[in-house]
Design a protein around this ligand. Structure first.
Ligand code: FRU
Length: 429
């Protein structure tokens, strides 16, 4: 019996999982690699686990893809397909030298079915430039300059590198100082991709993880909207603007699928938080992913913002679910100004959300989660500001999968991903 194993959110059969890695769509299949310790349910020597899906609904777990080498354990990274149809993985090899972290970037050649792997003889293809935190390479093809671009953690900034061949890398620029949210720890797991705005123009999105100091305490994922000229990222908003891809406590290390066909970006995050990830109450495995979510760029009240929606097959699967504890609840909340409504998703449990209309066009979504003795940092109540539509009720779309909850507003502008561990996750109020 595994009461906390979700059905639509990916989880490994055994062992520990954190960040999604190497997301790529090839020959109609989505490949999901992930930070994995197959031998324990805590963060140990990292490997890359591997799973595949043709519909983003059911996942088949495959043999472990990357094992630690003499250069270190396998931290996060990405996957690309070249114009010749070759598949490559780029990851951080992490080791300790004289009690300090030493992180370098490595290249791996894979066959077309992503079942065999050959580490490049030159590894590391990008050596450490003297930074204690130098990790999580996300590589994209930049068509205008006909070069590969790597975004990678540079301590509290993101480093931008270019390469003609994935082997020789040149440092181009850094982005981060004075921009967005910073905390004591490094910025982690960047991603960079272009999107077409409602104006028909191209804009660039930079995703950045903040390990501690996220919107709701602990790990969080922010994004920037701007331009990328092949060398540097130019923030389109004032430096102090902080945008959150998710306002929950359990959405981190988000990455989009590499897709040569250029479909709308689909993002996946690790649904946990470093504040308590190592002590969540599961036994055979520990760690789940968020649902895959398709991104769009819209003109919102304050400017260009990302919205998220479920890919059609995921949406249909959740709508059709007859499994206890796996369902979708759409709600319409008219609410008068000053009025509140509680949403309780699990029997025998406190409400998880309290929605209050604070003004004609404003609401607060209070997220409620209490402490558990095993996870002192787990309990935390906090408010998320939301907008009422110009006319009509506030629409909510709540995705529930055995205690993994993703609440979205009807316009897709706000997502709140939260883990809950109710006594009976299969029960509905
Ligand atoms: C983010 C992270 C990455 C690192 C990986 C190690 O959650 O800390 O920066 O590559 O996890 O497992």
């Amino acid at each position: 019996m595994e009461p906390y194993r979700p059905r639509l959110h990916f989880s490994p059969l055994h062992g520990w999982m954190n960040d999604p890695n190497g997301l790529i769509k090839v020959d109609g299949a989505y490949h999901l690699f992930f930070q994995h310790d197959p031998d324990s349910i805590t963060h140990g020597p990292m490997h890359w686990g591997h799973a595949r899906s043709t519909d983003l609904v059911s996942w088949e777990e495959l043999p472990v893809a990357l094992y630690p080498t003499e250069l270190g354990t396998c931290f996060s990274g990405s996957a690309v397909e070249t114009a010749d149809g070759e598949l490559k993985l780029i990851y951080t090899a992490h080791r300790r030298i004289d009690d300090e972290d030493y992180q370098v970037q490595c290249l791996v050649h894979a066959n077309r079915s992503l079942s065999t792997y050959r580490h490049d003889e030159k590894n590391p293809v990008l050596d450490n430039p003297g930074l204690p935190c130098f990790r999580d390479p996300k590589v994209i093809w930049h068509a205008p300059s006909q070069r590969w671009i790597m975004v990678v953690t540079h301590g509290q900034s993101i480093g931008f590198y270019s390469s003609p061949d994935l082997s020789e890398w040149t440092h181009e620029s850094d982005f981060g100082v004075g921009h967005g949210r910073h905390s004591d720890g490094p910025w982690e797991c960047p991603d960079l991709f272009p999107m077409t705005g409602p104006d028909g123009a191209e804009h660039w999105i930079l995703l950045v993880g903040v390990g501690s100091g996220g919107f709701a305490a602990g790990s969080g994922t922010q994004y920037f909207v701007g331009q990328f000229n092949g060398r540097a990222f130019i923030n389109g908003n004032r430096p102090g603007t902080t945008l959150w891809l998710d306002y929950g406590r359990d959405f981190y290390a988000a990455q989009t699928f590499f897709d040569r066909e250029g479909a709308d970006p689909i993002v996946l995050g690790w649904a946990s938080n470093w504040q308590y990830a190592r002590s969540t109450p599961t036994e055979a495995f520990r760690g789940v992913m968020s649902l895959p979510r398709t991104l769009s760029l819209v003109e919102a009240r304050q400017g260009l913002r990302l919205t998220q929606s479920l890919p059609a097959a995921v949406s249909a699967a959740l709508n059709a679910s007859t499994e206890p504890g796996v369902y979708r609840q759409k709600m319409e909340l008219p609410l008068a100004i000053g009025q509140s409504m509680d949403i309780a998703l699990f029997a025998e449990h406190e409400p998880q959300f309290r929605i209050t209309r604070t003004a004609t066009d404003e609401a607060t979504i209070l997220v409620i989660r209490s402490q558990t003795p095993a996870m002192p940092a787990f309990g935390h109540n906090y408010g998320v500001p939301a907008s009422f539509p110009k006319a009509g009720p506030l629409l909510l779309d709540i995705h529930v999968d055995r205690g993994v909850v993703e609440l979205a507003t009807g316009d897709g502008l706000i997502w709140i991903t939260q883990l809950f561990y109710p006594h009976r996750p299969e029960s509905v109020t």
